[in-house]
Design a protein around this ligand. Sequence first.
Ligand code: FES
Length: 115
Amino acid sequence: MAIVRFKGFGEVDVTVGTSLLEAATRAHFPEGSACGGVCACSTCHVHVLKGASLLSEQEDEEADILDKAFDVRATSRLGCQSKIVADGELEIEITRESLEAYENEHPAERGKYTK
Ligand code: FES
């Protein structure tokens, strides 16, 4: 099992093969996913603060989409494209861009995470 901590929200235990977006969704944490997880939007943008080596390698397609994201750093990944490949602990920060996207996808929660 891997433990994924989402900064400010909590943690969730997941099995190898789970993506970061799937982990957040399972725990009901607010990570955007406008394209449905097919590497076409960048709204699932996260910063991997700890455990980057436990994730699948970044493919060219992911890098191309991340080029369009805001606040891109060396720690940036797309949650839908980052699969956990080994057991361990990860710490993830959901970007403001992703929180805003989540709120847009869930109007009843608008302003809850981005104040
Ligand atoms: S959900 Fe659209 S790129 Fe990840």
